[in-house]
Write a protein that binds this ligand. Structure first.
Ligand SMILES: [Zn+2]
Length: 134
C-alpha cells in the first residue's frame, strides 16, 4: 500500500493516463501509471509505478525497433524449453540476463534478438547452439 509523502495519508487513488512520446521520429502511445492522494490532492509516482512505466516505455520502444518484447522473450524461452538460467548460458548476456529481459528491466541487443528468432525458426540451429555450450 502506498502512502502520500506529503500528508502521510494512505487514501491513494491509482490512475493511468495515455502519454505520447516521440521515439526515432515515431509517436508511441504509452499508458502511464501514477497516484493521487485523495486527502491533499498531490500527484506522485510510486517506486513500483516508476518501474512499470519504465518497462512499458522500454517495451514500446522494442516494438518500434522490431525487437521482441519482454513477454515475447518469455514465450520464446518457454517454447525453447529453457529456464532463465539456461537461456542466459546459451544466448549470453550474463547470469540474470533473461530475468531482466522478461521484466523489461533491460533490452536485449539486436544480435541477441536475431539469435532468439533464428532459434525459434530453426530447431536444428538451436540444438547446435545448446550442445556447443555443454
Ligand atoms: Zn497527501
Amino acid at each position: 500500500m502506498s502512502k502520500c509523502k506529503y500528508c502521510k495519508s494512505t487514501n491513494i487513488e491509482h490512475k493511468e493516463e495515455q502519454e505520447l512520446i516521440t521515439y526515432k521520429g515515431k509517436d508511441l502511445n504509452i499508458s502511464v501509471e501514477f497516484s493521487i492522494c485523495c486527502k491533499c490532492g498531490r500527484e506522485f509516482i510510486s517506486k513500483p509505478q516508476i518501474l512499470n512505466n519504465d518497462a512499458r516505455v522500454r517495451d514500446a520502444k522494442k516494438v518500434a525497433d522490431g525487437l521482441l518484447t519482454s513477454s515475447e522473450i518469455y514465450e520464446a524461452r518457454v517454447k525453447l524449453g529453457l529456464t532463465q538460467e539456461q537461456a542466459s548460458i546459451i544466448f549470453g548476456g550474463g547470469k540474470n540476463a533473461f530475468s531482466k529481459y522478461e521484466r523489461a528491466e533491460v533490452s536485449q541487443s539486436i544480435a541477441m534478438d536475431k539469435l532468439i528468432k533464428v532459434c525459434l525458426r530453426h530447431p536444428k540451429v538451436f540444438r547446435e547452439l545448446s550442445t556447443a555450450v555443454n
